[in-house]
Design a protein around this ligand. Structure first.
Ligand code: GLU
Length: 311
């Protein structure tokens, strides 16, 4: 049995301690993200039993961005077998920034991971769909089922991204040229950009993670969303690349599968127990939320969770 009081105290102190942290800066290559209040800060825990513990701006809806890659990977694993996903998208770290073209060049244009932009655009393209609208609706439906919430697209954010996503369009064409894109490249890029442009709060994000933590059954709706065998694969991918090119350092220091987004969200999954979602917009140079990392590192240490712990 989890000690909910202990978790609540640990959540509160991790949040309080992070408030003095002032480093980092909002992402500004997407204009919408640059103007978000950088003082917003929230932290939520959802256990696999459906208990909810939250503090701060936990209800504020922020840009899901790269964390959407987890949902699309989950759907791709539902659509195909794990070996196909490994072969077509990959399951390794690139060791390079999330939108690196060099990472493609170095690996025969194979994306290596569905959690970097190239692999995520490829994952979007592989989803079974007869039209662009169906591709988008299936991905949105997966976000909603995982988060147990009516996740919606922000038109303002989507507009901001669609009119500045030239680098991602270039990546899509490179993938297409190399045979790693499975629908029209601009369809894939458009839908990928939309999936990054939905809004989510930390309670919903923690629910999304807790669905994976519980082996695919959403702890809030009790609906089976994912096949149990897909959850360890998702978590392995998160371990390898979920914190961009500092995923190794995160595994070394925190030891838990996580995924961050340039909107300032950060999700950590503790298999079989709970998920933690943090939000604070200022990012470190690699693209991970400064306060988010602080809060989750502090909280998981306090609760004694680390996958690599031996006793
Ligand atoms: N939409 C963003 C992009 O494609 C997501 C990046 C991220 O959160 O890592 O650049």
């Amino acid at each position: 049995m989890l000690d909910l009081k202990k978790i609540k105290n640990a959540v509160d102190s991790a949040y309080q301690e992070s408030l003095v942290e002032s480093g980092g800066a909002n992402a500004d290559y997407i204009p919408y993200l640059a103007q978000i209040d950088n003082q917003l800060c929230g932290l939520s825990v959802i256990t696999t039993q459906g208990d909810i513990i939250c503090v701060g701006d936990s209800q504020y809806r922020f840009a899901i961005e790269s964390i959407s890659k987890v949902c699309t990977l989950a759907l791709a694993l539902e659509d195909f077998d794990a070996q196909t996903i490994q072969q077509k998208l990959g399951a390794s770290a690139t060791g390079l920034p999330f939108n690196s073209v060099m990472a493609l060049e170095l690996h025969g244009d194979k994306p290596l991971s569905p959690l970097v932009n190239a692999g995520a655009i490829s994952a979007t393209s592989i989803i079974k769909a007869k039209s662009k609208e169906e591709r988008w609706q299936r991905i949105l439906a997966m976000q909603r089922k995982l988060a147990a919430a009516e996740i919606t697209l922000s038109d303002e954010l989507n507009q901001s991204e669609q009119t500045t996503n030239f680098h991602n369009r270039g990546i899509a064409w490179l993938l297409y040229a190399a045979g790693y894109l499975y629908c029209d490249p601009m369809e894939a890029c458009d839908v990928y950009t939309r999936q990054c442009s939905t809004l989510i709060n930390t309670v919903e994000l923690a629910t999304l993670g807790a669905t994976i933590a519980s082996g695919g059954v959403n702890p809030v709706t009790k609906e089976r969303v994912l096949q149990p065998e897909n959850c360890p694969r998702i978590l392995a991918e998160m371990t390898m690349e979920g914190m961009y090119d500092s995923s190794g350092d995160w595994a070394y220091n925190v030891g838990l599968p996580s995924k961050s987004g340039v909107g300032g969200g950060l999700l950590t999954v503790i298999p079989g127990k709970m998920a933690i979602a943090a939000f604070s917009p200022p990012l470190d140079p690699i693209g991970n939320s400064v306060k988010g990392q602080k809060m989750i590192a502090r909280l998981t240490q306090e609760l004694g969770y680390n996958l690599y712990k031996c006793s």
